[in-house]
Design a protein around this ligand. Structure first.
Ligand SMILES: Cc1ncc(COP(=O)(O)O)c(C=O)c1O
Length: 463
């Protein structure tokens, strides 16, 4: 392990920023363009918002609006609240948040854990109403001496923080080789600040906004008109109005990603890359990987933002039941056994040979059942495997092998997985080396899942 953090820090705020940039491997398998993730979830408060929590407080101090004993107010329930609460705790300020009553108790408890005060407002009131959470925040500022509103959607300290920190870090970490930067916009602070810095270094760097399907930002970018907007479930990015901190002049393109693709990618980032992130990171990486495929250029360098830590989404993105009930995972294909049942419904059964069967009988089984590979089973265990291409090649070279026992020519066994494991897990085992996996239930080896089955299920060709 290389030496990091060799010196002690003055306080937690010194740990904000200089987050690692990590090359994404598994989710870009087979793609020539390198894609990197900027690990904002590794900030001490677990999100990219730590940068602005601190910066907005510092800016208010510099402007003389915030003085010792002062109060920071914001209308938020999300990561910005946590970032402000953390910074306020470290600097000894009082902190008050307003948020609608539909927000989860967990979020309220998290902010209170930092000593913040939380004012719950009714969600059933329209914007502009005195009890609306935004109006309440303004009123608290007016009525509390020494209070300032952080105001992340309009505060220039927000994009400025990314211009001063996130942008230069990406430039340095890529040694100026970044060619494409992708981010979602909630306030637009991240994308606008980073874009301004990167374009100052190299005007050719392409800045791509990524929007959840349903948000108005991408349509507004393309048409100049604000559409109705539709609900979406990815949190932290997208908007139903255009925030003051978003500078669309710096953005070259805006793409849209569905909730489903965002959540599935967040799960893949966690399970395949070990990067525990929320749905919006999945949204941005999904768009990054699609772009990387299209570019097909090993000299390009795509940077995505991994915005926040996955823990807040344990009962959503990372909960199979929630995913299924929202239609993001289909019930059947969510487990290996599900894939197997789909296949059995379509009339495919497990075909296998024994080690002592002849190569001739193995080839007959392969052709008559129209399969590409067979497991070799002995006493209910997989002891080897044969594939059509390999067997044919060997028999053409040496026809006498037709009467040899399969055990003389077989390859290693297929991996065996428990039926209740996720289909994603089995899919990952299907590599160039493993054409298939066997599925075990309490009754023993019950079936086989091949690359073909997974593709069939993914493309919806299964019944
Ligand atoms: C969870 C989360 N936090 C923060 C951001 C960045 O937001 P902003 O545009 O407000 O800088 C995003 C954008 O994708 C996000 O998803």
């Amino acid at each position: 392990m290389s030496v990091r953090h060799a010196e002690p820090y003055r306080d937690v705020m010194e740990l904000v920023g200089w987050t690692p940039l990590i090359r994404l491997r598994s989710v870009t398998d087979g793609v020539r363009t390198p894609v990197y993730g900027k690990c904002e979830f590794m900030n001490p408060g677990g999100s990219v918002k730590d940068r602005i929590g601190w910066a907005m407080i510092e800016a208010a101090e510099k402007e003389g609006k915030l003085q010792p004993g002062g109060t920071v107010v914001e209308a938020t329930s999300g990561n910005t609240g946590l970032a402000l609460a953390m910074a306020a705790a470290a600097r000894g300020y009082r902190c008050i948040f307003t948020m609608p009553d539909k927000m989860s108790q967990e979020k309220v408890k998290l902010l209170r854990a930092f000593g913040a005060e939380v004012v719950i407002t009714p969600s059933a009131v329209p914007s502009g109403h005195p009890d609306h959470y935004l109006e309440r925040a303004h009123r608290i500022v007016r009525e509390t001496p020494g209070a300032v509103l952080a105001d992340q959607f309009y505060n220039p300290a927000n994009p400025e923080a990314h211009y001063r920190t996130t942008g230069p870090e990406i430039w340095k970490q890529t040694e100026g080789r970044v060619t494409h930067f992708l981010a979602g916009a909630g306030t637009g602070g991240t994308i606008s600040g980073v874009a301004r810095y990167l374009k100052e270094q190299n005007p050719e760097v392409q800045i791509i906004g990524v929007d959840p399907k349903g948000s108005i930002l991408a349509p507004y970018f393309h048409t100049g008109e604000i559409p109705e907007g539709d609900p979406y479930q990815v949190e932290g990015c997208g908007n139903d109005k255009v925030p003051g901190t978003l500078d669309l002049d710096l953005v070259d393109d805006y793409v849209t990603v569905t909730d489903r693709n965002s959540f599935l990618m967040a799960r893949r980032l966690t399970r395949e890359e070990g990067l525990f992130v929320g749905g919006s990171s999945g949204l941005i990486v999904h768009a990054g990987v699609e772009l990387a495929k299209k570019l097909d250029d090993p000299d390009a360098l795509v940077v995505t933002v991994l915005c926040d830590w996955g823990e807040h989404y344990l009962s959503k993105v990372f909960d199979d039941e929630w995913m299924r009930s929202n239609g993001y995972l289909t019930t059947e294909s969510a487990t290996v056994l599900g894939l197997l049942r789909e296949k059995e419904r379509d009339g495919f059964d497990l075909v296998a040979v024994a080690p002592s069967d002849t190569v001739r009988s193995a080839l007959t089984a392969i052709t008559s059942h129209d399969v590409s590979q067979l497991p070799v089973l002995a006493d209910g265990e997989c002891v080897g495997s044969v594939t059509e291409g390999d067997l044919m090649g060997r028999v053409i070279e040496d026809p006498a092998l037709l009467d040899a026992p399969v055990e003389q020519v077989m390859d290693g066994p297929f991996p065996v997985v428990d039926g209740h494991l996720s289909a994603e897990y089995a899919t990952r085992l299907l590599t160039r080396e493993n054409a298939a996996v066997l599925v075990r239930t309490q009754d023993g080896i019950e079936g086989i899942v091949t690359r073909y089955d997974v593709v069939r299920s993914l493309t919806g060709d299964a019944a």
